[in-house]
Design a protein around this ligand. Structure first.
Ligand SMILES: Nc1ncnc2c1ncn2[C@@H]1O[C@H](COP(=O)(O)OP(=O)(O)OP(=O)(O)O)[C@@H](O)[C@H]1O
Length: 574
């Protein structure tokens, strides 16, 4: 049995791990930077010892030393990159599953948009870690060492380097600040266009049938133009700033070489320092040049982390992580009230009370919008009660650990969606039910023969939403999915909405078989035909429980009383 990870705890653990890894990479990075001093030292030594003495032996020894240092530096650099990649992969391995689970949970309350980017965020975090942006702070922290080396060569070199570093740092920060707004707007506009495109493709049939294509294409083109305009505004500014930064870089090179030449002419330094100063200034300025892109990456990583914290912290608010097996189908609603998130102050359900023993069947009836589907969603623990509670075998249906709850519960939603996979996968809920259990569930749902008539039987692959099955076929396969195992509770939300007479007969038989095996069954229905055998009926109106009781009593109250025929005049006279 797989235990569900606590996503928020896992995120904290991963961040601690990242910090330790970052320190290790930092230690390696320190030596990488230190070894960068090798090349300037080599050039100075060549000028001062080799050129003056003309000694080939000294040159050879210096070259061997320099190459050895370079080999070390390369090795350490590769090691540092490797640490980054290991950190990146470990992060994805640790966060992938809990974030996926938390994203699903979070979308229950905040809608699909809120968490749809969570997995993308994990990938972005991986790209950030593997991309080496982690090295930037350390490289910046090492800059004073290069600066000090420049000052030691000559203070003028030091001031040129310092001025250059400051100028490039300011240019980088200005670039980031100026680009932040336009690039955010561009990204949002592009995301909107992509969202509209995906939605149009999903509803291609509807759009074609009702001739909505030209109007939607017009709307799409306007959004597309706006997205291009926004992105181009940002890109234009980015190109301009990048050209200016490149120019500044060349100006600084000229400044270094010019000041070096001047110092040599004035006999203030030896010519050996020219190349060393150029190399040291290059190393000093590199991290400042990278600050623009690096800082942006850090800010984005920060935003990604904040989003992941949001998803993982509110995703699994009040659920338990301890599996508890459900033995009986006793279902109790106690003073249950529910306000939909963002649904205003009007309760969707108010003060609902009922109690069902194992094997009982309850029909939920009421007009459209009465709260029937909301009650189903509360019973199976999708939504959290705002007050009171729902208890299956004495355990809160919302707080219950999901895997052990799912083993004991079958649910057929109003829109019986099937997922991409084979018919067998769908009936088995993508879990480890064996083929015999899948066939038993299909037989119980009266869908075994129907599956046999599909091109590849149980192995028939289905597309997103159950494509290409008909509505009735989907509903019956979804019923088999609800029946698999030995559910203690089965909740069916309008299970006969797409069924023909044969399908409905199979449904009634399936319900009876499940009840005989001890399952409690709750059925939301508009058509009363499948509620003939219900023990109890719950009548809802505007979220309130109008009546709950034995089926016949509720039906009697529903049947309009026939008006008494007027008594005949003679009877009255007598
Ligand atoms: N997430 C939500 N946000 C806002 N309002 C909601 C939400 N969920 C349900 N409601 C509101 O609660 C009321 C009951 O909805 P529900 O879907 O439970 O009704 P129903 O009885 O199943 O209707 P139908 O028979 O048409 O399916 C509706 O007015 C609906 O708008």
């Amino acid at each position: 049995m797989t235990r569900r990870a606590d996503p928020a705890g896992r995120l904290d653990e991963t961040l601690r791990d990242l910090l330790h890894g970052g320190v290790a990479a930092g230690a390696v990075g320190f030596f990488v930077n230190l070894l960068h001093l090798g090349l300037p030292l080599f050039t100075i030594q060549v000028y001062s010892r080799v050129l003056s003495s003309g000694s080939v032996e000294t040159l050879t020894a210096l070259a061997i030393l320099a190459l050895t240092l370079l080999a070390f530096q390369t090795l350490l650099d590769v090691m540092r990159q490797r640490i980054f990649v290991i950190l990146a992969n470990r992060t994805v391995a640790r966060l992938g599953k809990p974030v996926f689970e938390a994203a699903i949970e979070s979308s229950l309350t905040k809608g699909p948009q809120a968490a749809s980017g969570a997995m993308q965020d994990v990938s972005e975090l991986r790209a950030f870690l593997a991309g080496g942006a982690l090295a930037l702070p350390l490289d910046l922290a090492f800059a004073p060492v290069f600066l000090l080396a420049l000052f030691l060569l000559h203070p003028v070199y030091g001031f040129v380097g310092l001025g250059g570093a400051l100028a490039l740092g300011v240019a980088a920060i200005a670039t980031e600040l100026l680009l932040r707004g336009p690039s955010k707007e561009g990204t949002q506009a592009t995301a909107r266009v992509n969202g509209e495109t995906a939605e149009a493709i999903r509803h291609a049939e509807l759009i074609t049938a009702m001739g909505m294509l030209p109007a939607l294409a017009r709307r799409w083109r306007l959004a597309q133009n706006r997205a291009i305009e926004m992105s181009e505004r940002g890109a234009k500014l980015a190109r301009l700033l990048s050209t200016l930064t490149r120019t500044l870089r060349v100006v600084l090179q000229i400044a270094v070489i010019g000041s070096a030449a001047y110092l040599v002419i004035e006999d203030k330094v030896s010519a050996s320092t020219i190349f060393a100063a150029t190399v040291l200034t290059g190393r000093l300025l590199l991290p400042f040049e990278q600050t623009a892109s690096g800082w942006k990456q850090w800010l984005e990583a920060r935003a990604v982390l904040d989003r992941l914290k949001g998803v993982t912290r509110d995703g699994v608010a009040a659920r338990s992580a301890t599996p508890v097996e459900i033995e009986s189908g006793r279902l109790v609603a106690e003073r249950l009230s529910y306000f939909a998130p963002g649904g205003g102050s009007r309760p969707v359900l108010q003060n609902i009370n009922f109690s069902l023993e194992s094997g009982m069947m309850m029909g939920v009836i009421g007009p459209s919008g009465a709260g029937k589907s909301s009650l189903s969603r509360l019973i199976v623990g999708i939504a959290q009660p705002s007050a009171g509670g729902l208890y299956l075998d004495g355990q809160s249906t919302f707080a219950h650990e999901r895997e052990s709850f799912g083993r004991a519960v079958g649910y057929l939603p109003q829109e019986p969606t099937l997922l991409t996979g084979t018919v067998r996968d769908n009936i088995a809920r993508f879990g480890d039910h064996d083929m015999a259990a899948v066939v038993r569930a299909a037989r119980a749902a009266g869908v075994h023969e129907l599956i046999g008539s599909l091109p590849q039987g149980y192995a028939t692959p289905l597309g997103s939403g159950g494509h290409p099955l008909s509505g009735g076929q989907r509903q019956r396969i979804a019923l088999a999915r609800a029946l698999i195992g030995t559910p203690r509770l089965i909740v069916l939300d309008e299970p006969n909405s797409n069924l023909d007479a044969e399908g409905e007969a199979a449904l009634v038989a399936a319900i009876e078989t499940a009840r005989a095996a001890g399952a409690t069954v709750v059925v939301v229905a508009q058509r009363m035909s499948i509620l003939n055998r219900a023990d109890r009926l719950l009548r809802l109106q505007d979220g309130a429980m109008v009546q709950f009781g034995p089926r016949d009593e509720v039906m009697q109250a529903l049947t309009p009383q026939r008006p008494q025929p007027p008594r005949r005049r003679r009877e009255i006279a007598s």
